[in-house]
Design a protein around this ligand. Structure first.
Ligand code: SAH
Length: 354
């Protein structure tokens, strides 16, 4: 089968049935840009091409298993099954401003095993292919059609560490940005990483307009390593260097994400360390309130008063500080809660070793 995203493959198909490439372009536009269903997009092709295209083109590598709509806000969690049986999740975020964002997964599970994240308890099943990453967007768009909405922004903050699947992530980004594909401006795409310095720089070089975000969560090495095991392999010094290089390539510093955990990384010493780490940088710090996850909860959320103090101390040092309020907490669709379980089900056991 040839993926509907594989333009070279589609053109080869067109040659096989001697169809004008212009008509294939019309078919692609109908599917990728006008959000036609597969059946309707096929109707854009001349009849002699139909049998071959319907047989050979793979439109949807994912099957939608369940859809849950938040009763509290504008989030919809989509649970997809891959052909090989893994379950992955995407979250539609209808932002109050009227925009629609989609949070996509890049892996089934995740190998990073961050102490505060539900996905981290799963371990990694496998990397998703570019077509599987893109199909999350295609299917979300089809679901949003009756609402007159379309995915406008993409955040790579679903399951997985995007830079642990760099090749397929980059392929997906190329295809998303391609004029003959969805034609999404990379400015509207944000890749969040646990912090893989070399990959951050490669991404900044290859996609100068792509937005990057670093899940820093602590500027104290011991605390960060406890929260994010991957941090043992990538020092704070290396991360700082990567931030500066990315800023030089993109003209903008990657966003700094900071998950606030009560008494763990929200003390005066933590503000001090963070200010020190970011000294001289034009940083935008996005504070993330902790979302409770299933299982023994070793972490608590920083209370709003302390969060305000934390933010004020950073602003005093000249940094831009915002707070990210997650949507979808009632359907376990908020940051860190994606773990292929639907609300009300028993979550998978947390493995003893990470
Ligand atoms: N692997 C990537 C992207 C996935 S998570 C990364 O680490 O950045 C997206 C964001 O949600 C990250 O900043 C992550 O640290 C944060 N997050 C994880 N668990 C969370 C939780 N329980 N509450 C709030 N945010 C969480």
């Amino acid at each position: 089968m040839i993926s509907v995203h594989d333009h070279t493959g589609l053109n080869a198909l067109a040659r096989r049935c001697r169809v004008d490439p212009f008509l294939v372009r019309r078919f692609r536009t109908a599917f990728h840009k006008k959000q036609f269903t597969a059946a309707d997009a096929l109707k854009e092709l001349p009849s002699e091409a139909l049998p071959l295209f319907s047989r050979e083109v793979d439109f949807h590598p994912l099957t939608l298993a369940t859809r849950q709509d938040s009763q509290a806000d504008g989030a919809t969690k989509l649970l997809f099954r891959t052909r090989t049986g893994e379950l992955i999740e995407s979250v539609i975020l209808r932002i109050a401003s009227g925009r629609t964002s989609l949070c996509v997964s890049t892996q089934a599970g995740c190998a990073a095993a961050c102490a505060f994240c539900a996905t981290g308890t799963l371990g990694l099943s496998r990397n998703l292919g570019a077509a599987e990453i893109l199909d999350q967007v295609t299917q979300a768009n089809l679901l949003l059609q009756p609402e007159g909405r379309q995915v406008r922004n993409l955040v790579f903050m679903g399951m997985g560490e995007p830079f642990h699947n760099e090749a397929e992530l980059f392929r997906a980004l190329d295809l998303l940005a391609a004029p003959e594909g969805l034609h999404l401006d990379p400015r509207r795409m944000l890749v969040s990483t646990v912090g893989i310095p070399d990959a951050m720089v490669r991404a900044a070089k290859r996609f100068p307009r792509l937005r990057l975000a670093l899940s820093l969560h602590s500027a104290r090495a011991d605390v960060r390593e406890r929260l994010i095991p991957v941090a043992r392999r990538h020092s704070l010094g290396a991360l700082r260097e990567a931030l500066l290089q990315a800023a030089a390539l993109q003209g903008e510093l990657p966003m700094i994400e900071y998950l606030l955990l009560r008494d763990v990384n929200d003390t005066a010493a933590d503000v001090l360390a963070l200010g020190e780490f970011l000294r001289g940088m034009k940083a935008h710090i996005n504070l993330i309130p902790y979302n409770a996850i299933h299982g023994p909860a070793p972490f608590g959320a920083t209370d709003p008063a302390r969060r305000a103090e934390f933010a004020a101390a950073l602003r005093e040092q000249g940094f831009t500080v915002t707070t990210r309020y997650s949507l979808g907490a009632d359907i376990a669709a908020a940051c860190g809660q994606l773990a292929r379980v639907t609300a009300g089900q028993t979550p998978p056991p947390i493995p003893a070793t990470a």
